[in-house]
Ligand binder design. Structure first.
Ligand code: ZN
Ligand code: FE
Length: 253
């Protein structure tokens, strides 16, 4: 049975995710932006946290941790242990990990921060990408280089297309507007942008999203496609450089 997934809106535009295993009754949290809404969601379902997974050290992903952790096992990147809240399990990318009885792949996704990791649950077809791969976007390059972020995004792009991408923020509507400045003729993108507008008009979350739709519409995943390169006059350029140009444009958008 796949894990049950609950998206929890926190702060002004953050998301946390709750994963529940009906078989064992255990529950995991991915990122802890704010304690109160996560506590409320746990109480509404009668769930108790057994595990907390942290993607990166930024305050808007860990601020609620101290209040929520209780007896839960807190898991984060070994490389960032010095700047994360105290960890019960410090993991390195590629090392074996099991959460709620499922194998979890820890993927190195530097770029937004150097120690950012993503958690892939292959059996449940979910990947928790926070501020690396986002719905129609990617995180700002605060610490890493464009090359590093491009490599990170390619690692995520290689996951199965049906994978649900559970990212960290509700930035999708503005990401879609930006994406349309890059590829105005991309029909899949135009359709998705209209869907996003409708969802936001109704106050619905636009995450998680499906990796297959990110491949078709997210400009940051498309830096090595001829169509995108032609659209911005950079055909034949190294993909990392095309990615860097898209990121520069987004920073000014
Ligand atoms: Zn961040
Ligand atoms: Fe963030």
């Amino acid at each position: 049975m796949p894990l049950e997934l609950l998206t929890v809106a926190c702060l002004s535009d953050n998301y946390a995710y709750l994963l529940h295993d009906a078989g064992s009754g255990r529950t995991a949290l991915v990122d802890a932006p704010e304690a109160a809404p996560i506590r409320a969601a746990l109480d509404a379902h009668g769930w108790t946290l057994s595990d907390i997974l942290i993607t990166h050290h930024h305050d808007d992903h860990v601020a609620g941790l101290a209040e929520l952790r209780g007896a839960a096992r807190v898991i984060g990147a070994r490389a960032d242990a010095h700047r994360l809240p105290p960890l019960d399990l410090a993991v390195a990318p590629g090392a074996p990990l099991e959460v709620l009885g499922e194998p979890v792949e820890v993927i190195d996704v530097p770029g937004h921060t150097l120690g950012h990791i993503a958690f892939h649950f292959p059996h449940s077809a979910m990947a928790f990408t926070a501020d690396s791969l986002m719905a129609m976007g990617c995180g700002r390059l605060f610490e890493g280089s464009a090359e590093q972020m491009w490599d990170s995004l390619r690692r995520l792009r290689d996951l199965p297309g049906r994978t649900l991408i559970c990212s960290g923020h509700e930035y999708t509507q503005s990401n879609a507007r930006f994406a349309l400045t890059i590829e105005p003729d991309n029909v899949a993108l135009r359709d998705r942008a209209a869907d996003i507008d409708a969802a936001r008009a109704q106050g619905r979350a636009t995450v998680p999203s499906r990796l297959s739709e990110e491949r078709a519409t997210n400009p940051f995943l498309r830096a090595d496609t001829l169509k995108l390169q032609q659209a911005i006059g950079l055909e034949g350029q190294p993909p990392a450089q095309v990615f860097a140009e898209i990121r520069r444009r987004k920073d000014r958008f």
